[in-house]
Write a new protein. Structure first.
Length: 81
């Protein structure tokens, strides 16, 4: 039962972090007048992947977060605030 509760807690925390990352990515991207397409061309990923990140539906790896940050010209820290 304890491991189940820890898993639920972890999933909830990670979901909140994924949503926060997505909101930050979208806010910064739109503030810099970049489209999702601009980012997909820079990173070689699908627009759906970027959309899923912005909507908090996926939890990107640290490597992906670093690439996203570089593509939009901010630090990884800025995306994760």
């Amino acid at each position: 039962m304890l491991s189940f509760n820890i898993t639920l807690w972890y999933n909830k925390v990670m979901k909140n972090e994924a949503k926060k990352l997505g909101k930050n990515l979208k806010r910064i991207r739109t503030g810099k007048k970049l489209s999702q397409g601009d980012i997909t061309r820079l990173l070689g990923v699908s627009r759906g992947f970027i959309s899923n990140i912005e909507n908090g539906k996926t939890n990107p790896t640290l490597a992906t977060i670093t690439k996203l940050a570089k593509a939009i010209g901010v630090s990884s820290d800025e995306l994760l605030k």
